[in-house]
Design a protein around this ligand. Structure first.
Ligand SMILES: Cc1ncc(COP(=O)(O)O)c(C=O)c1O
Length: 472
């Protein structure tokens, strides 16, 4: 007899059948005890203590076990070789010299974003890279000076665009076209709406910047169609892929994206504030015969490696995205990224996405259709709604759950007490992200039980005893 989809046994059996289940053992999942402890102890691999339910890879991915090993090998190379560590290969190690780490990481990253190796650079932070891209791609004139973005863009993107517009002598009140969702009942931007905003402002628009996966709603935008449409008007378009990389399949080269920027601390698991990534389409990265190249803010690390140490005054960029590099990157930060990319090399983005689609659909089903959810919503409906689109092609791993007013604080406290890690966006949204790399069906099942129970408690508290004498 088939198992009941909402039973614990079903979740367990799905985990047994999961072809990627071995990847979880590549990660350190914090124990409940460690999360609550006031002191940092030796990291425990979770073998001896009850581990937490971590569904927060959209904010900070878990640490791969190999990270400390790879980073300490680089520390060792620095300790034993000093400056020679920049160049040396060792017979007993796969380590590149510090000088080549950035290119090696770009090579490993390219399949995650569907790019050619020379279209990727590993450098700086997302916001710094966005500024660099705006400096190169936002070349306004009196006729075309607007930038189209979304009204609920991640604040750093909004600030970066606003400041670049001012820096170029234009007025953000006129030059920023912020696309807002249609109506107050939805947070989703329909593709048709984005396309018509582009049509409406095409004659005055210099650039478009949009998110691959929207950080607040988890909506996965149609990058291919929107990029084609922008190009049909001759407008360049860039993408913020903070929530898309390592989460959904990307084909930046094939989709003819002009540029993209991303961070590596979410689904890529390279650690807090990890070194970020940059995509520049090869058509924008070449140097032509006469030695001219796309204008940019330059630094010596973007210069041709063959002559970098000749200390000349003529800047000759490395062809491609790496020609946009600025300064000497942190080899420790890049080695942490390389460690996490080694885990990606054990699977494929396609396999991760297949699992992710199932896992997120299961989460949605648990929250909307399980007997626990039905019991919770029995009398006056569920105290939450899912903001994220329900079509798998229009979302990644994350579901954003909007609660009734005044429930967030109690629910988050309840989840924390029970060792469930998700993140909140005040005043009323909980973002839940089962990362296919290390999350299981059991994680989702646990979360759903604890979350629905927390909602029931918060509901009772909200209804609570009436204040004495008060009827209004
Ligand atoms: C969508 C999005 N854009 C931009 C940023 C800013 O990234 P960074 O601080 O690495 O520059 C973040 C950070 O979480 C983000 O989620």
């Amino acid at each position: 007899m088939p198992l009941d989809v909402f039973s614990a046994e079903y979740a367990w059996s799905e985990d047994d059948r999961d072809p990627l289940r071995h990847l979880r053992s590549e990660f350190i999942v914090p124990s409940k005890h460690d999360l609550q402890a006031k002191r940092l102890r030796e990291v425990d691999t979770g073998a001896s203590e009850e581990i937490c339910t971590y569904l927060c890879g959209n904010s900070l991915g878990l640490q791969p076990k190999r990270t400390s090993k790879v980073v300490s090998e680089h520390l060792n190379a620095w300790a034993k070789k000093g400056v020679y560590g920049h160049f040396m290969k060792h017979e007993d190690s796969n380590l590149s010299g510090f000088l080549n780490l950035d290119a090696e990481a770009a090579d490993m990253m390219a399949p995650l974003v569907g790019a050619k190796t020379h279209e990727v650079a590993i450098m700086e932070t997302l916001t710094a890279n966005l500024h660099l891209m705006l400096a190169s791609f936002y070349r306004p004139n009196k006729d075309k000076y607007k930038i189209i973005l979304e009204g609920k863009a991640f604040p750093s993107d909004h600030y970066a665009i606003e400041s670049q517009i001012i820096h170029n002598g234009f007025d953000p009140r006129d030059a920023m076209i912020c696309i807002e969702p249609r109506g107050s009942s939805t947070a989703i931007l329909e593709t048709s709406q984005i396309l018509s905003a582009i049509d409406d402002h095409a004659s005055t628009t210099a650039l478009i910047l949009l998110p691959g996966v929207q950080y607040y709603t988890g909506q996965y935008l149609d990058i291919k169609v929107i990029t084609m449409h922008a190009h049909s008007h001759g407008i360049a378009i860039g993408w913020d892929l903070a929530h898309a990389v390592g989460n959904v399949e990307l084909s930046l080269h094939e989709w003819d994206v002009d540029f993209a920027v991303w961070c590596n601390y979410k689904y890529v698991n390279a650690g807090p504030g990890a070194v970020a990534g940059l995509f520049v389409n090869e058509k924008h990265g070449f140097n032509d015969q006469s030695g001219t190249f796309r204008p940019r803010l330059s630094g010596w690390w973007g210069g041709d490696k063959a002559i970098r140490f000749e200390m000349g005054r003529q800047f000759v960029p490395i062809p491609g995205a790496q020609g946009f590099q600025i300064g000497n990157p942190s080899s420790l930060a890049i080695s942490a990224l390389i460690a996490s990319l080694e885990v990606f090399q054990m699977t494929s983005v396609d396999a991760l996405r297949q699992k992710s689609i199932k896992l997120t659909a299961y989460l949605e089903q648990m929250l909307l259709e399980s007997p626990f959810a039905k019991a919770l919503g029995d009398q006056d409906g569920l105290p939450y709604e899912i903001l994220t689109p329900s079509a798998s092609e229009a979302r990644g791993a994350q579901l954003s759950v909007r609660l009734l007013p005044n429930m967030l604080e109690d629910i988050m406290a309840d989840l924390e007490y029970n060792g469930v890690v998700v993140d909140e966006r005040k005043p009323d949204v909980v973002r839940v992200a089962p990362a296919p790399m290390y999350n299981s069906f059991k994680d989702v099942w646990n979360f759903a039980q604890i979350f629905i129970n927390a909602c029931a408690n918060a509901k009772i508290k909200l209804k609570g005893p009436k204040t004495r004498g008060g009827t209004s």
